[in-house]
Design a protein around this ligand. Structure first.
Ligand code: 8Y4
Length: 289
C-alpha cells in the first residue's frame, strides 16, 4: 500500500506544522524603525519574551524580520540584518516549541538562518534573488512564496494589473514550478498573494474576494493583512487603531480558505478564530486530511 503524505501539513525542517485548521504566524520585528512595533524587540531577551508570549496566546509560527519592507523604507545591509536577526533566531530556536520563520530577501541570510534552525523562510520576493532557490533547496525548511509587483521602495507608485487574481495566481504557479524543479517539495510550500505589495486598495480587495481561487491550487495560503495601510485608507485609521479592521479581514481570509494568518495581535486574532470555528467550519476548511 502506498503511503500518501498527509495533506495540510507543512514540513518546516524539524517541525511538521498541522494546517488542518487555520494557524497564526506572530510577527516579531527586530528593526529600529518598524512602523508597527518601533524597535522594542532588538534585544534578544525582550524578543524572546514577546515570542514566548505570542506562542502562549496561540501563535503556531513566529516570523522574525530584520528589514522593514514597507514602501520607502531604506534597504538594510546584510551585516546589519544578520546582527539583528541571528541572535534572536538562535535564542528562539532553543526556547520555542514552534517553528521559527525568518523574513528576508537575502540568500546569504537564508543559508545562515536555516543552518541556525529556522523552520521557514518568508521571502516577499518569492526566491527571485540569485541563489535564493538554491539556499532553500539545500535545507529542509519551508518557504512562503509571496507575490509582489515591483520593488519595496517603489511598488506603490503605480501598481497595474489587467486581472489581479489571475496574474498573482500565474506568478505563484510559476514560482512553485521552479521550486519543485529545484527540489523543494510541495509539502514545504506556502503561497501568499502579498496584500499591499504593489497593489491599490481595489487590487487588495479583489485578491481577498478571490482568495478561494488561489486556495484551489491545493497549496496552503498565507494572508498578511494585519494593521496594513489598506485598512488605514479604507477606514481612516492610524496604525494603532486598526485591530477591528484587521480581525474582519483575517476572518474574511479564513472564510475563503486561508490556512495561515500573519498577525501582530495574536491573542485577539486567536479569539476571533476560536469563535469562528465554533460557529462551524466550512467545507473548504475541513475537507481532506
Ligand atoms: C502596519 C503594520 C502597516 C504592518 C504596515 C505593515 C507580509 C509579509 C510583511 C505579508 C508575508 C507589513 C514581511 C508589511 N507583510 N510576509 N511581510 N506576507 N508572507 N506592513 O503580507 O506588515 S511586512
Amino acid at each position: 500500500m502506498t503511503v500518501v503524505p498527509q495533506k495540510w501539513q507543512l514540513r518546516c525542517a524539524d517541525h511538521l506544522l498541522d494546517l488542518s485548521s487555520p494557524r497564526l504566524m506572530g510577527v516579531l520585528n527586530v528593526t529600529p524603525d518598524s512602523f508597527s512595533d518601533g524597535g522594542r524587540f532588538l534585544d534578544p531577551g525582550l524578543a524572546a519574551a514577546r515570542a514566548i508570549e505570542m506562542v502562549a496566546q496561540g501563535a503556531a509560527i513566529i516570523d522574525i524580520g530584520g528589514e522593514s519592507t514597507r514602501p520607502g523604507a531604506p534597504p538594510v545591509p546584510l551585516e546589519e540584518e544578520r546582527k539583528r536577526v541571528l541572535p534572536v533566531l538562535r535564542r528562539l530556536v532553543r526556547e520555542l516549541p514552534v517553528p521559527v520563520s525568518v523574513d528576508t530577501l537575502k540568500p546569504a541570510l537564508m543559508r545562515e538562518a536555516v543552518d541556525a534552525g529556522a523552520g521557514l523562510i518568508n521571502d516577499v520576493n518569492a526566491l527571485r534573488a540569485p541563489g535564493a532557490l538554491e539556499a532553500v533547496a539545500a535545507s529542509d525548511a519551508a518557504v512562503c512564496l509571496m507575490h509582489m509587483q515591483g520593488q519595496p521602495r517603489t511598488m506603490q507608485a503605480a501598481p497595474e494589473y489587467a486581472d489581479v487574481v489571475s496574474e498573482v495566481s500565474a506568478f505563484l504557479a510559476h514560482r512553485v514550478a521552479l521550486c519543485e524543479a529545484a527540489g523543494i517539495g510541495r509539502d514545504r510550500l506556502l503561497l501568499d498573494p502579498g496584500f499591499g505589495f504593489g497593489k491599490l486598495d481595489a487590487h487588495n480587495l479583489a485578491l481577498l474576494r478571490g482568495l478561494s481561487s488561489l486556495c484551489a491550487s491545493g497549496l496552503p495560503v498565507l494572508a498578511g493583512l494585519s494593521r496594513k495601510s489598506l485598512i488605514g485608507r479604507l477606514l481612516g485609521r492610524e496604525v494603532s487603531q486598526r485591530l477591528a479592521g484587521s480581525l474582519a479581514l483575517a476572518l474574511a481570509a479564513v472564510a475563503r480558505g486561508a490556512r495561515v494568518l500573519r498577525v501582530h495581535d495574536v491573542a485577539e486574532t486567536a479569539d476571533a478564530l476560536a469563535l469562528w470555528r465554533l460557529v462551524g467550519v466550512s467545507q473548504t476548511q475541513e475537507e481532506d486530511t
